[in-house]
Design a protein around this ligand. Sequence first.
Ligand code: PGA
Length: 255
Amino acid sequence: MRKLIVGNWKMNGWGDEWCALAADIALQAQKVNAELVVCPPFVGLRDVEKVLSANGSHVALGAQDVHHKKSGAYTGDVSVMMLKDAKCRYVIVGHSERRAAHKETDAQIAAKACLVVEYGMRPIVCVGETEHGSLEATVKTLKAQLAASLEGVNVTRGADLVVAYEPVWAIGSGKTPKLDDIGQVMAALREMVKSHFADDDMAGKTVRLLYGGSVKAANAADILNLPEVAGVLVGGASLQADQFLGIAASLQNKA
Ligand code: PGA
């Protein structure tokens, strides 16, 4: 299966910049053998979608968040229906920056993921430890976080759910865990996902697991080659087309 490379643009740039970046990525996308997703800020979704489809690219559109209720008196928030209508295919939920700055709870994150699935899009559920500690401590933290963040989440095809492991201390810091540690955490995550889908062995085996946190072209191939790593979630390095595409291309270059 092709690797999934997701670019989270966070709160960077503005209209013209987003469109230029999307056009650059769309043009170069056919050169790489990976599934690419870009997640612009909400107000850029429509323009970026137009640029992507005008260039006939297969780059998919994703959103950085969604509200946990379907609709109502939630000033400033964005609903799942709005994202569906804007042609999003993926929605990031539970990013650590939302968990920290907006005090999002695991229960809200699970509710968001359920809505995203209900509306036929794919949630990218983020989990990760705050402190760089022992492997045992990390696995313990992730177990609790993932079980609560996936409460009630069900998919008929494993590929429709994505779980991203993002150590909070690695995000934007230039630091990454040792490759061996990422590998062990991913293996543990696979077991957690399998036990969540205890009644559906196939779904448990095929949910896609991503790594995120200071991924760039220079370290991507080693991370993407680890067993269980189906792709990467990229922040800073997704803001320049050649860096973002370089992550996808790194696998081919290494092969
Ligand atoms: P980074 O961000 O690649 O800039 O570390 C990753 C993320 O927040 O998803």
